[in-house]
Design a protein around this ligand. Structure first.
Ligand SMILES: Cc1cc2nc3c(=O)[nH]c(=O)nc-3n(C[C@H](O)[C@H](O)[C@H](O)COP(=O)(O)OP(=O)(O)OC[C@H]3O[C@@H](n4cnc5c(N)ncnc54)[C@H](O)[C@@H]3O)c2cc1C
Length: 431
């Protein structure tokens, strides 16, 4: 491509950008996909669980084609006490056969594959190139300014820069997300032989397990940790609202160390070698503060638009689905030769009709609820662990007396009326 005018420019080759580029290239549009990393995924971080359906709707069958780690057959929730754990989980044979439900992934392997699908469909990938500015004329976005390639022009720019979206913020398409609207997450990848992982997590072959963790180690912050099994590594991480991290003055790597030292966690990682340490922000934007994701000549997709469902730990599927919908909208706009905000409003309607906006709207009260009910992250896990210890300790105490002791312990940690009110608030906010 010699010309510097294209049908579409996509900024950022993460899941959202590659999904948008692939959708448009397949429909015959001339598409440039610009990535600042030396290759897609070089600096990208995710827990990470990839959800099959939304991903396959864009990239086709995954298992056997994409560089996946394991297919997830079991999901656990661990509520950690100081030296104990109360756990819940679900394991099923239904997730043990193709097409599977979800996969563990490492982004450094996955993102190049996503981008390659877009390239194979005809998109032109430009790596190692940062978009420094979005260009505009009479209020319409007309192209991008890059450090290496100079100015490039297009009928539409799809901004898939991820959470910081510096170019989009600079151009006034979105505000900066505040410390209240973002979580800081840190993650380590630990190498272990596949057979050791299988034994420790009670799986075989390519089966995988995810563990979501919260409790005392979170120091009352609105946050959670995770442990995911990969092929021959284990990912462990923790994320919490940035303002809570600042308030507690705990360094994220101290939190990870604390988590790794917990007696329930330590045996899972024993003898492992740390291969990678990463930190990244995750949008946790209040519904009413989400930016309008389109305007004259542009659309915002994925994290750049704040599309993360923090309650369900979902981001990649929202990114890919929004990338696809933005791509489809650009194709429709090209047919009408109209890239105005009125034409691109179709993207807004597609989002509203999809799980992306329906889920974010459904959970719109959750961020405020959890910010004002932080007892769910420390007090309740502590009470549950204490109650379990008392209930399961066998000694000379008659059971009826023990039940009374548990009831008194419960009341001493949190008055019953407050527990009742918390449960009603939870139902109102989350159901
Ligand atoms: C620690 C952590 C754990 C997570 N776990 C999960 C999980 O288990 N499951 C899940 O579904 N989601 C998870 N998420 C969320 C998920 O990773 C994101 O929602 C998803 O990656 C968003 O994709 P994206 O393409 O919008 O943005 P990104 O993945 O951030 O990609 C943006 C891309 O744009 C490039 N870029 C940025 N600025 C420029 C520029 N100016 N010029 C050129 N290129 C640029 C970047 O280098 C990057 O490649 C997690 C996130 C984090 C941080």
């Amino acid at each position: 491509m010699d010309d510097d005018k294209f049908d579409a420019i996509v900024v950022g080759a993460g899941p959202a950008g590659s999904a948008a580029a692939l959708t448009m290239a397949k429909a015959g549009l001339s598409v440039v996909l610009i990535e600042r990393g030396d290759k897609p995924g070089a600096k990208n971080v995710m827990g990470g669980v990839l959800f099959r359906e939304a991903t396959e709707a864009v990239f086709g069958p995954l298992w056997g084609n994409a560089p996946l780690e394991r297919y997830v057959i079991e999901q656990k929730l661990w509520l950690l006490g100081a030296n104990s754990v109360v756990n819940a989980g679900y394991r099923t044979q239904d997730f043990e056969s193709p097409p599977y439900n979800a996969f563990t992934v490492l982004r450094a392997h996955l993102d190049p594959w996503f981008a390659k699908q877009a390239e194979d469909a005809g998109a032109y990938l430009i790596p190692e190139t940062q978009v420094t500015d979005l260009l505009s004329e009479n209020g319409k976005i007309t192209g991008v300014r890059t450090g290496r390639e100079g100015d490039l022009f297009a009928d539409v720019v799809i901004d898939a820069e991820g959470i910081n979206a510096f170019a989009a913020v600079k151009a006034g398409l979105r505000k900066d997300f505040t410390m209240e609207n973002a979580a800081l997450a840190v993650k380590e990848v630990h190498a272990l032989p596949a057979e050791t992982i299988n034994q420790r997590f009670n799986v075989r072959g390519d089966q995988g397990v995810t563990i979501l963790l919260t409790g005392e180690f979170a120091h009352g912050m609105m946050g959670s940790g995770w442990i995911y099994t990969n092929r021959d590594t284990v990912s462990i991480g923790f994320g919490a609202i940035v303002s809570h991290m600042v308030e507690t003055k705990i360094r994220p790597n101290d939190l990870i160390e604390e988590l790794k030292a917990h007696p329930a966690v330590k045996p899972l990682l024993e003898g492992s070698e740390i291969k990678e340490y990463m930190a990244h922000l995750i949008p946790e934007v209040r519904f009413e503060e989400l930016p309008r994701p389109y305007g004259d000549g542009y659309m915002l997709v994925g994290d750049a638009a704040g599309f993360v469902n923090f309650m369900y730990q979902e981001g990649s599927n929202l990114a890919i689905a929004s990338g696809r919908m933005a791509g489809e909208t650009a194709v429709a706009a090209k047919e009408k030769a109209d890239f105005s905000a009125r034409s691109l409003e179709l993207y807004g309607r597609k989002l509203d009709d999809s799980f992306v906006m329906k889920d974010l709207h459904d959970l719109r009260k959750a961020p405020a609820f959890f910010r004002s009910h932080r007892q769910f992250f420390d007090v309740y896990p502590r009470i549950l662990n204490e109650a379990a210890r008392m209930f399961l300790t066998v000694d000379d105490t008659p059971k009826k007396v023990r039940r009374g002791e548990i009831f008194r312990m419960l009341r001493s940690k949190r008055p019953l009326w407050k527990i009742g009110r918390d449960m009603v608030d939870a139902l109102r906010a989350l159901w």
